[in-house]
Structure formats: structure tokens, C-alpha cells
Design a protein around this ligand. Structure first.
Ligand code: ZN
Length: 414
């Protein structure tokens, strides 16, 4: 595939894609018999990596608004999730992936039940994902064993595509026992893969951890030996200086979810301080039940604004840093060779319409992408060298939406 006259860093060029890789970027490339894609009037950007979400929660968008986290989970979310059957997960995940593609995302790190169904949805939709087996035992020892056995089954099954990483996940330190958390981490380690957990989302969680275990959440996980360059900590709003040192030393990955944190009143992370602490910082949306969208464009804007507000300085949350945590850092954390438009990188990218009013004038387009753009600016999305959205159209879009509506109707009747 040969992209002709595409705008990269304010200059027109041709980009040759061979297989799933960017193989050449030149002012002009001519290769006989190559499929030509005329990109006149379009600019190319890396696609987004959403490092924390719960794809199948699409049916809970807008449910239980204005409730505190623990009340919200106990009264609005968990009772509704109890109605879910495995057959609901595939259509719900596909619908989530449709929204991700339309908003320019080609990778997400998930956390939800019936993970095999999400694996199937990602495989069919053509994007990338880290899909973990998720454990939660509420400190019941019988449940711990059952969960650990299920994790083995999930991890030992084949992955249908090189685009999909299988891993493990424990929900949180307030819903999972030490044995489950350590066990799930060890299983991930044995398979050289990733371990995902919510951590330090609220002040209450930190307070309860101090009361129960006598230390702060990061210190607890460090003591249990479950931190490292393949551990993703979602939220991480309330880390103190010592915890940031531990996270930098262990190379652990933080999935910053600013919209969800602000919306649930969980607090505002000091992004600038985290950036200066040399930790692996990435960006995620969390689910639509607490966001209420999966758009990484919106997430970048909230990340930038909340960073500035948190320290009272315009110098925090700079354009280049925000773009980096939403693209390059996210892919890098998961060992995926993309998140940048360079020769040798995997061909994951978006094309945007330079004549969309939200992107004019074009001179400051990086800033527009964070502060002005929305999904209407994105015309095409490519993952692993293949278009997953072309001219704003995703294959089977109407069918995916109809199936989602049918599942919501069915769940509302149960
Ligand atoms: Zn979450």
C-alpha cells in the first residue's frame, strides 16, 4: 500500500507500507503494481493506545450518575453485571471496539469477565489488545482456587492472532486476597505476559490499605512482589513521593484515567510530577460507565486541562507530553513497535481531514488534536497494515449497532 501526498509533520510525503510495517517515507515514492491511496488533504498521526478500559460495560453508559465510587459499584454496577451471560460479551465488546476505531484507537488494555469472548471480538475487528483473565475473590478461599484454575485455562489456550496479548488481572486490593493477587501475577510471569490491577484510585482505598495492611498500596504490592515492567496499575491518583520512587525503580506501568477520576470525584493526579518521576505513564479512558466515552481525543484534553489545574500552571500537561502518553508510551509499555510514524514501525495510524473546520488553521494541528478535534476529524484508521476504517466506514457497522441494541433490550428485560 502506497500513501501518496500525505501530510506528516507539516510536510507532504509518500509512505510505503509493506505487509504490516512502514517500510519507506520519502518526498516521492514510485513502486509499480502497488495499491495507491491518494491522501491529498489528509495528515497522518499515530493511532491511540487506550491502556485501561472495560470494553463490555457499554450497556452501562450513563447508569448511576452522581454516585460515590463504592455506592456506585454496589448499587448500580455490580447488580446489573450479575445479569450478564457469556454470550452477551462478544456483541458488547464489538460495539466498544467500533467506538474505539471511530475515535482512532488501535490498542486497548482490557479488564473484564468472559475474556475469551473479548478475544474473539478483537480478532474479528482487526485491532490490538491486552486481554487478561480477571480474578476477584472477595477474600473467599474457595473462590481464590477456582479463579486461579480458570486463569490457567485461559492462559494455556491459543491466541488467535499476534495482535492479541493474553494476560491476567486482579480487580483491586479491596476485592482480592493476597493469595489471588500473587497467584495471578505469578501466572502472568510464567507466561512472560502482563498483569493488570486497579490501584490507589481513591483516598479511601489508601486509608483502608493503611488500616488493614499497615502500608500504602504501592508498598503493599511491592512487598508482595507483583510490581514490574509488565504490571499495569490503573488510576494511581494518590501515589506519594516514596511510591513514585518504587514505581520508577520497578518500571511499573501507570494507566492515567483523568476523566473517570474527575467524574467519580476520586481526585486529580499530579501529571507533571509523575512525568518528572520517570515512571512509565500511559493514558486510558476507563469504561463508558464512568467516562462516558472511549474517545482518547477527549481523554487527552481532560488530561491536559486537569494537569494544568492541579498545579496552577500552564506549563503542566504540555501538548507534546500529552500526545506521547496517548500514543508512543502506551504501545511501548506493551512491547508493540508502533505509536510513531517512522520506517520500521508497525503500520498503526490514523488519517485526519485537514479541511475539517476543527483542524483549521492547520499550522497548530498537534494542539488542535488535543483541544479542538473530535472523531469527525478522523477519516481512516489502519491497524497492522490493514484499514479497519476507510472513509469513515467500519465493516458491518450497522449489524454491530443492531446487535448491541438487542443485547441492551434483552438485559433490561431480565
Ligand atoms: Zn477500571
Amino acid at each position: 500500500m502506497l500513501l501518496k501526498k500525505v501530510c506528516l509533520n507539516h510536510q507532504l510525503c509518500d509512505i510505503l507500507i509493506k505487509g504490516n510495517t512502514i517500510s519507506q517515507i520519502e518526498k516521492s515514492i514510485n513502486v509499480p503494481d502497488e495499491i495507491i491511496w491518494d491522501c491529498t488533504g489528509k495528515a497522518i498521526f499515530p493511532s491511540f493506545a487506550n491502556t485501561h478500559t472495560h470494553a463490555s460495560m457499554m450497556f452501562l453508559r450513563g447508569i448511576g450518575e452522581d454516585q460515590e465510587l463504592f455506592t456506585w459499584l454496589n448499587t448500580s454496577i455490580w447488580p446489573r453485571e450479575a445479569k450478564l451471560k457469556p454470550e452477551h460479551i462478544y456483541p458488547l465488546s464489538r460495539f466498544a471496539i467500533l467506538e474505539m476505531i471511530k475515535t482512532g484507537t488501535t490498542f486497548f488494555c482490557d479488564m473484564y469477565g468472559d475474556a475469551d469472548e473479548t478475544v474473539r471480538a478483537v480478532n474479528d475487528m482487526g485491532i490490538r489488545s491486552m486481554i487478561p483473565y480477571v480474578g476477584m475473590d472477595f477474600f473467599d478461599e474457595n473462590e481464590t482456587e477456582r479463579r486461579l484454575n480458570q486463569a490457567d485455562l485461559f492462559l494455556s489456550g491459543p491466541s488467535p492472532s499476534g495482535r492479541i496479548i493474553k494476560g491476567t488481572s486482579a480487580h483491586a486490593i479491596y476485592t482480592c486476597s493476597e493469595r489471588l493477587i500473587r497467584g495471578l501475577f505469578e501466572k502472568a510471569q510464567n507466561h512472560q505476559t502482563y498483569f493488570h490491577i486497579h490501584l490507589s484510585e481513591t483516598e479511601k482505598e489508601v486509608h483502608d490499605c493503611l488500616n488493614k495492611y499497615g502500608c500504602r498500596p504501592v508498598e503493599l504490592l511491592h512487598k508482595w512482589g507483583v510490581l514490574g515492567p509488565k504490571t499495569i496499575l490503573a488510576h494511581g491518583v494518590h501515589f506519594n513521593e516514596d511510591e513514585l520512587h518504587i514505581l520508577a525503580d520497578t518500571g511499573s506501568i501507570i494507566a492515567h484515567c483523568p476523566t473517570s477520576n474527575l467524574k467519580l470525584g476520586s481526585g486529580s493526579m499530579n501529571l507533571q510530577k509523575y512525568l518528572e518521576s520517570n515512571i512509565q505513564l500511559t493514558l486510558g479512558t476507563d469504561s463508558v460507565s464512568s467516562n462516558n466515552s472511549l474517545s482518547m481525543i477527549t481523554e487527552m484534553k481532560v488530561a491536559a486541562l486537569s494537569a494544568k489545574q492541579r498545579v496552577g500552571s500552564v506549563l503542566a500537561g504540555r501538548v507534546s507530553d500529552i500526545l506521547k502518553i496517548a500514543t508512543r508510551n502506551g504501545f511501548q509499555a506493551f512491547g508493540i513497535n508502533t505509536g510513531r510514524i517512522e520506517v520500521g514501525a508497525l503500520a498503526d495510524f490514523v488519517l485526519v481531514d485537514l479541511n475539517n473546520p476543527l483542524l483549521l488553521p492547520n499550522e497548530q494541528i498537534d494542539s488542535h488534536l488535543i483541544y479542538a478535534a473530535d472523531s469527525s476529524c478522523i477519516t481512516d484508521v489502519i491497524c497492522d497494515g490493514k484499514p479497519v476504517m476507510q472513509n469513515k466506514t467500519v465493516t458491518n457497522e450497522t449489524q454491530i449497532i443492531d446487535e448491541f441494541k438487542r443485547v441492551v433490550w434483552e438485559l433490561n428485560r431480565l
